[in-house]
Design a protein. Sequence first.
Length: 193
Amino acid sequence: MSLELELNKFPKRVNLKGGFSCELRPLRRTDEESLHAFFRMLPEKERMFIKHRVNEQPVIRDWCQNIDYARNLPIVGLADGKIVADATLHQQQGGWKRHVGRVSVLVLPEYRGRGLARALIHEIVEVARNIGLEHVEAEFMGDQEAAIKMFALMGFSNLLTLEDYVKDMQAIKHDYVLMGLQLKTDEEYAGMG
Ligand SMILES: CC(C)(COP(=O)(O)OP(=O)(O)OC[C@H]1O[C@@H](n2cnc3c(N)ncnc32)[C@H](O)[C@@H]1OP(=O)(O)O)[C@@H](O)C(=O)NCCC(=O)NCCS
């Protein structure tokens, strides 16, 4: 199935815990202010784990103005018109890992514990499966225990742990953890019956 067909399935509204409902849709060019506000609202300590300098407006502007869903597909969660969560499917076009997607996810602290990350990862994994990727992986620093636990609950298994292998944005070393999930295509499911 094509990525375009997958994108046509959005926006979607999901009903989560405690009567909370959220709209999920791909990031748009016009989201720059909202996305920048989202990253500014993250605790400083957590921003250190992000691979980019997301508190800098030019970084966010570049992301919003050069959207290429085939390389990075950010699906944002919106509450009251504001971005409160983001999960991105990263793909390498060509190369050894062209059949492997990478997923990252972030939820604002006050919106956690309602199933939002779970809903976003579910959407990303479905897109990855439907466009024919064979695996999805997720990378963590060892301290991201909540995230590691959540991905394990969603079927991801530990592929690799390297002690003190990566550095956060303050150059402090952390363990590197790689988790992965093997995807089955619809055809393979049909064949299993
Ligand atoms: C990890 C994170 C994305 C979870 O977001 P969330 O919306 O609160 O997650 P959900 O509500 O969908 O929780 C899904 C499951 O994960 C587990 N979980 C989530 N947060 C947890 C925590 N702090 N401690 C233990 N388990 C946790 C729960 O078991 C939960 O399942 P349940 O609700 O059925 O019990 C969020 O805490 C976050 O943004 N953290 C910082 C960024 C990060 O580490 N991202 C991952 C990098 S790829």
